[in-house]
Design a protein around this ligand. Structure first.
Ligand SMILES: C[S@@+](CC[C@H](N)C(=O)[O-])C[C@H]1O[C@@H](n2cnc3c(N)ncnc32)[C@H](O)[C@@H]1O
Length: 166
C-alpha cells in the first residue's frame, strides 16, 4: 500500500510495527489512532483493537472505524491504551488534544502514547499536560526517507514502552 503523503501518511518500518504490536498486545482494549499498520497487525493477531484513521483503505481491518481528527467524536467504549502517530503539521497539538480528550471521554488518566517530533515536544507536552506525558525514550522508525531521520521522532506517554532489546 502506498503512503498518502498529502495526508502526512508515513508508515512505520515492519520492525517498529512488530515492536509496537508486541507491546500493545499486552492490553485488552487498545486503540490505534492514526497508526493503522499497528492496528492491522494487532487485528491479524486476533486482538480486540479499535483502529481509527481517515484512510478507508484500512476498512478491511477488523476493528476499523473511519475517524477524522478535525471532527472529534466519542465512541461509546473505553480503551486501556491509546497509541497515536498523528499528522504532525496539518493537525495542531490543540486539535489533537481535543480529539484524544474526546476519545478518552474526558479521563486524563487514559493511558496514552503519542508520537511527535522532538524539536516540537514542548508544544505537545504543554498542551497535553493534563495527561502527564513524558518522553518514553522509544524512537519509531519509518519506511520513507521523506519522513524523518532516525531519532527525530519519539513517543511521549504516561506509561513506559517496554520492548525486548530496547
Ligand atoms: C504519520 S502517519 C502514521 C502512520 C503510522 N506510522 C503507521 O505506520 O500506521 C499519520 C496517519 O494519520 C492519518 N490521518 C491524516 N489526517 C487525518 C485526519 N484528519 N484524521 C484522522 N487521521 C488522519 C493518515 O491517514 C496516516 O495514517
Amino acid at each position: 500500500m502506498h503512503e498518502r503523503h498529502e495526508h502526512e501518511q508515513y508508515f512505520f518500518l515492519p520492525e517498529t510495527v512488530t515492536e509496537l504490536a508486541d507491546f500493545a498486545a499486552g492490553f485488552a482494549r487498545p486503540c490505534c489512532l492514526c497508526a493503522p499498520t499497528v492496528g492491522a497487525e494487532l487485528a491479524v493477531r486476533g486482538a480486540s483493537v479499535r483502529v481509527l484513521d481517515l484512510d478507508e483503505r484500512f476498512a478491511g481491518v477488523r476493528g476499523f472505524v473511519p475517524y477524522d481528527l478535525y471532527r472529534p467524536r466519542a465512541l461509546d467504549e473505553d480503551y486501556d491504551l491509546i497509541l497515536c502517530d498523528p499528522p504532525f503539521h496539518k493537525v495542531s497539538p490543540a486539535q489533537l488534544f481535543d480529539a484524544i480528550r474526546t476519545l478518552a471521554r474526558g479521563a486524563f488518566t487514559q493511558p496514552l502514547l503519542v508520537c511527535y517530533p522532538r524539536e516540537r515536544e514542548a508544544a505537545l507536552l504543554g498542551t497535553f499536560a493534563p495527561f502527564g506525558l513524558v518522553p518514553t525514550g522509544y524512537f519509531p522508525r519509518y519506511i520513507s526517507v521523506q519522513a524523518h531521520a532516525p531519532g527525530d521522532i519519539q513517543f511521549y506517554g504516561n506509561l513506559p514502552i517496554t520492548t525486548p532489546g530496547r
